[in-house]
Design a protein around this ligand. Sequence first.
Ligand code: MLT
Length: 398
Amino acid sequence: MPKLNEHYQDLKESYLFAEIAHRVAAYTQAHPDQKVIRLGIGDVTLPLGSLALAGLHEGVDAMASPDTFKGYGPEQGYAFLRDAISAYYARSGVSVDAGDIFISDGAKSDTGNIAELFDADNVILIPDPVYPVYVDSNVMSGKKVTYISGNAENAFLPMPDPAVHADIIYLCSPNNPTGAVYNREQLQEWVNYALANDAVILFDSAYEAFITDPDLPRSIYAIEGAKRCAIEFCSLSKTAGFTGTRCGYTVVPKELVFTASNGVQMSLHAMWNRRQSTKFNGTSYIVQSGAAAVFTEDGMKQCRANIQYYQENARIIADTLTRKNIRFFGGVHSPYIWFECPNGMESWAFFDELLTRAQVVGTPGAGFGENGKHYFRLTSFGNHENTLEAMKRFEKLF
Ligand code: MLT
């Protein structure tokens, strides 16, 4: 009989968004005539930009001729895309070596898989509330997590406690689910703390393209010293509408070298490279061809137009909450609006109420951690019409 990884017993029975999909499917099956508006999972609704599409088509065409056909590609990603991403960083004044960039099928896989590089005997700080993948992937491998509290008092931006030691720190800014964004000074404090503790920051910047204030950092590498302590994860899902197309990237600077218990110097870059070469055969050439078009200046202009469309939805949601006197966070440099459930309700009860009485789907804050128990998340990734309609229904109810 196989001995199973019993740490799976420590997980909730299903992944947050799978649970939501399950409840919504049950409701729609029972009420097929109701129009359900989905503002739950952060899934985009606008089609890809024409330049990304042209890039994808070029990739497909290359497969049609023996001269341009591509078989297995480099596990780290094609140089043309790594260079394009490095140039994208450079345009915002951040220097990232193309050789430190690993192309993947999205930030979800990489933020989950990175846990493999670290031993169970680490102090792992994870904010609460947070994107559930960080916690679940550590629990799956039997690791203990120490939560750092995000709450209304610290505007959902927990800061380091110099009296507490950490080895690994997960940060997400702009934050999923709260939409809160660290400023430069705050991130500098985290980097200084990580350097002082010989710790690694795992920085998820999947929502960086939603930042419109040029003073707010869109990359951890905009912060002095970060290359000596931080890995950055990013994604084209929300930036370029690639939730279904799948492409992301992870930056593992070669500077990240730590001493193992036997005294050997181990490079996280070399370890990640070894891990990816063993377990991953690269993102498809076709997708990387489309992704490279995203990182041109014109490709990014098209992405920004779509992001502005979503930001208008965020404004519609925020205006409704303001009118209703409901306290909320995010919604400015982020596609997410995080608000207190009306009438002190708990978030799953509010989820059911909103679904059954207004046919609007959101995400219960409890799915992101204990501190989300009385909060709720709406996404701005719907279309205008549905967002307006959802807010009309919301306003009638609460
Ligand atoms: C979310 O809704 O939190 C995200 O879309 C999930 C993800 O990016 O995997």
